[in-house]
Design a protein around this ligand. Structure first.
Ligand SMILES: Cc1cc2nc3c(=O)[nH]c(=O)nc-3n(C[C@H](O)[C@H](O)[C@H](O)COP(=O)(O)OP(=O)(O)OC[C@H]3O[C@@H](n4cnc5c(N)ncnc54)[C@H](O)[C@@H]3O)c2cc1C
Length: 328
């Protein structure tokens, strides 16, 4: 493995690439948590990004690609290796086909489409983060997810740029093929929308945003839901029979129900807190760290496992924790 000074030297020869040494990742995470990365690099230039990825890979160091950091838990020790971010954020459309680059904020794409009377993303208003990560994780809310609109995804597979149609992306609830191929990096996505009155779309988006801002105040240091919801039909019969019908929504059981049953609401550890109105919402009150956060998550998983024999699965992604997370 080459030294990171040598890697930095090689990276510095790539045009349009911003390079930062020992950059605190807490600056890039909504939790406001995370130690330094050896190197943090970003660019809006696709060729430069590919070159930086190649350099990172050849260096033998670990590397990870991040978006807006709204779904990440970065360790207190930070990340030994290279953090990369693709920042191109162009959004454009021809008739009802929209193309958005991965570095655009999902909210910017929602606003762009709503203003132009293009229906399909309005229920995703208020979901923070980048558009690329939204496709990667098949983000969604209020009964819809991004997969319903994706026509094709352009990505780099480590060797070449490829294009996948919707079926090839293998979307499921908060899943896509990109989650299973961490070295595939999404550059841009084409969406198929429908024409609709802009005022009507705006009314829906504004209504949803008002509710969301109450649940997740914009200043709250959190990752939204920590755990994925569970699909009712996939639960063992002895668990299914214990779930009250009233909590099931669109065939899913909110993990918040299991968490509430094991006393998660209002739990506190150091600067980390579970919201007292929502058992699947864990936030940093200020001064919290990743160690405390991980302990709360592990404690909740253990309690649910013991009570229900179920393993809750995190929706959040870990960075810089040995053996888990997207570090390659
Ligand atoms: C208050 C709040 C509310 C939320 N509500 C919702 C919700 O209602 N529904 C929902 O689905 N999510 C929700 N989330 C979670 C989060 O917003 C989404 O997961 C979002 O898509 C993450 O985007 P990001 O850019 O911040 O990604 P990051 O957190 O930076 O990264 C997440 C993952 O995406 C990968 N990634 C990033 N960019 C790319 C790329 N270009 N190509 C390939 N992989 C990439 C990273 O490697 C990482 O594994 C919420 C989060 C918060 C803080």
């Amino acid at each position: 493995m080459e030294s990171y000074q040598e890697t930095e030297r090689r990276l510095s020869q790539i045009p349009d690439l911003s390079i930062f040494r020992e950059q605190l990742l807490s600056r890039y995470t909504r939790f406001g948590i995370g130690g330094p990365a050896d190197l943090y690099v970003e660019t809006a230039n696709e060729d430069s990004f590919i070159e930086a990825l190649r350099t990172a890979r050849e260096s033998g160091q670990d590397y990870v690609v991040i978006g807006g950091g709204t779904n990440l838990i970065v360790s207190d020790a930070g990340f030994r290796g290279i953090v990369l971010r693709f920042t191109a954020n162009t959004i454009r459309h021809i008739e009802t086909t929209v193309e958005a680059y991965a570095g655009a904020e999902l909210q910017a794409v929602v606003d762009y489409t709503v203003e132009r009377g293009l229906k399909g993303l309005e229920t995703m208003t208020g979901i923070p983060g980048s558009f690329g990560a939204a496709v990667y994780g098949n983000a969604g809310a209020y009964g819809h997810s991004i997969m319903e609109r994706v026509a094709q995804v352009r990505f780099f597979d480590g060797q070449a740029i490829r294009v996948f149609g919707n079926a090839e992306c293998e979307f499921h609830y908060r899943e896509s093929i990109f989650k299973r191929h961490k070295d595939w990096i999404i550059f841009s996505t084409e969406l198929k929308m429908e024409a609709a009155p802009a005022a009507e779309l705006q009314r829906i988006a504004t209504g949803i945003l008002t509710i969301r801002n109450e649940k997740y105040p914009p200043s709250m240091k959190c990752a939204g839901s920590i755990f994925k919801n569970l699909i009712l039909s996939e639960l063992p019969e002895n668990v299914r029979s214990r779930v009250p019908e009233r909590v099931v929504r669109e065939g899913k059981v909110p993990s918040a129900w299991f968490l509430e049953e094991v006393g998660a609401k209002g739990m506190r550890h150091g600067g980390i807190r579970v919201a007292d109105y929502h058992a699947n919402l864990i936030y940093n009150e200020g001064g919290g760290n990743a160690g405390e956060l991980k302990q709360v998550i592990d404690e909740l998983k253990t309690r649910v496992q013991e009570r229900f024999g179920l393993r809750l699965e995190e929706e959040v992604q870990y960075v810089g924790f040995n053996g888990i997370g997207p570090a390659r």
